[in-house]
Design a protein around this ligand. Structure first.
Ligand code: B12
Length: 438
């Protein structure tokens, strides 16, 4: 084995993810594997999702050590540091990559990593494995020019049927993720662009349709998640993709993420036609002032219109909302509550914002950031902003939002029922108008 890839996310250890129970295979690693295998390297993946730390450590201690490549994001930091320590002790050369390590390159090196890869991993790992000497902080190199020239993710290397079973046991349906593009060109100040920068490269519609056709044949999922940052970014492409699916006679339920400004009548009709059952929209706030501070580039009314448009096409909407962005006051929270009450998405999820290293939001708040506890045992999610409201405050914001929206829904349901009764009564009155007592 030339390279063992792993990712430090153990479903077994994560109570929150166990409650959600919607695991997806680690696509980044699967892309690395297929790329390197196509170049003749002997690559294996230890998919920690269904594995255990004990088993991984045993493998690291018993296999002849070569190169271990670990994917890390901000939540898996402490888990990955543990793996690095074990791998180093067992003689492995450790390379780390993914969205987090380049933001803390010195810390990862100090924790025992031999190389920190910044950015897209395919060409970088090829160079690491070639035996040539590489810098310890392997800065971003040229990006892969044509994504169509790349092999599909190496899903055969992990247990996709187990992912599907896990989904089905809990939700009755199993889902597989696919990506059609890399990189997002928008400028939202809180978003981490550490891997692909603000670039945007698309695969051809035919290549994605081929992959989907193969996925359906090979694994029979009940649905797909198109895991792009903004699946609806290019309407011309969406039309081509819909045509490619139609030509193959494929219609499969799927969900995806959009921006409100990348949804119009045509795009919504295309999505519905292809089987899209839910669109997630980053709504973030009902206050235009806050959206503008985020450089979101979207108007609150566009979000409301997008939700309505989806409704008319029979597509559910999920909304992402963020509390506590810089400058947010109670009045902005009230605007968010009004916005969600009025638009009534099918689901909404809230997060208290946290600055991810490397983002403009992080730079803006750097002087106020307070790390909680030891770096290796915490994450960017644990950063506290001096002067910001307490967790309790945002718990009340959540309670207010959920209760107001539920009340509106209850009134709505009641209103529908009462209006139905009123209509029946009116009709009855006119029908019975000629009935007279004998
Ligand atoms: C799908 C996804 C998820 C899925 C993950 C499912 C899965 N197993 O894949 C779910 C929904 C579970 C998820 C959860 C979270 N996610 Co997420 N997610 C994504 C998303 C949209 C796509 C990931 C993907 O497949 N990309 C495509 C592949 C090709 O890219 P890649 O994974 O980055 O891999 C490339 C490089 O990073 C590099 N690389 C990767 N691994 C390695 C390893 C080595 C050794 C090397 C050398 C290189 C290398 O090479 C790869 C190929 O070029 C990204 C955004 C994005 N577009 O990337 C966010 C993203 C990765 N997520 C993010 C976050 C914050 C989270 C959460 C922490 C959110 C939360 N608060 O709960 C959780 C973490 C959960 C956990 N415990 O790990 C951030 C990470 C920021 C950071 N600095 O860490 C991102 C970048 C979104 C963003 N812009 O803010 N996520």
């Amino acid at each position: 084995m030339d390279l063992l890839l792993t990712h430090g996310f153990f479903l077994d250890e994560d109570e929150k993810e166990q409650r959600i129970m919607k695991p997806y295979a680690p696509l980044g690693l699967l892309y690395l594997s297929s790329h390197l295998r196509a170049r003749g390297f002997d690559v294996e993946i230890y998919d920690s999702t269904f594995g255990s730390r004990r088993e991984l450590y045993r493998i690291l201690s018993t296999e002849p050590p070569t190169v271990l490549g670990i994917n890390a994001n901000l939540l898996t930091r402490s888990s990955v540091l543990g793996i690095i320590a074990h791998a180093r002790a067992a003689g492995w050369r450790v390379v780390v990559g993914g969205p987090e390590p380049a933001n803390y390159a010195e810390e990862y090196l100090a924790a025992g990593a031999d190389v920190v890869v910044d950015g897209e991993g395919e060409l970088a790992l090829e160079e690491v494995l070639s035996g040539r000497s590489v810098p310890r902080i392997f800065g971003p190199r040229a990006l892969i020019e044509s994504l169509d020239g790349q092999p599909w993710p190496d899903r055969e290397r992990v247990d996709i049927p187990r992912y599907l079973r896990t989904w089905r046991d809990r939700h009755g349906k199993g889902s597989i993720s696919v990506i059609t593009a890399r990189g997002c060109p928008y400028h939202c100040r809180w978003c981490s662009h550490s891997v692909f920068g603000k670039t945007h490269r698309r695969r051809s519609a035919a290549s994605v349709a081929d992959e989907v056709e193969w996925l359906l044949e090979r694994y029979q999922p009940d649905m797909l998640w198109m895991a792009d940052d903004v699946f609806t970014i290019h309407h011309g492409w969406l039309g081509e993709y819909a045509a490619e699916l139609a030509r193959r006679g494929i219609r499969i339920p799927f969900e995806c993420i959009t921006r409100a400004d990348r949804l119009n009548e045509r795009a919504a009709a295309l999505l519905a036609g292809m089987g899209c059952f839910r669109v997630w929209i980053g709504s973030e706030s009902g206050s235009q002032r806050i959206l503008d501070r985020m450089q979101r580039g979207v108007r609150v009314e566009q979000v409301a219109a997008a939700v309505e448009l989806c409704r008319t096409h029979g597509i559910q909407t999920g909304m992402f909302l963020m509390w506590g962005y810089e400058g947010e006051e109670i009045a902005d929270i009230e605007l968010t509550v009004q916005h969600v009450k009025k638009t009534q998405p099918d689901i909404f999820l809230t997060t208290v914002s946290y600055p991810i290293k490397g983002t403009p939001y992080y730079e803006e708040t750097a002087s106020k950031l307070v790390g909680i506890g030891d770096w290796g045992q915490s994450s960017d999610r644990d950063l506290r902003l001096r002067g910001r409201h307490s967790r309790r405050y945002y718990e009340f914001a959540d309670l207010l939002l959920k209760s107001e929206v539920a009340l509106e829904k209850a009134i709505g349901a009641h209103r529908d029922e009462l209006q139905q009764r009123i209509a029946t009564a009116r009709q009855g009155l006119s029908e019975a108008a000629y009935e007279v007592e004998a």
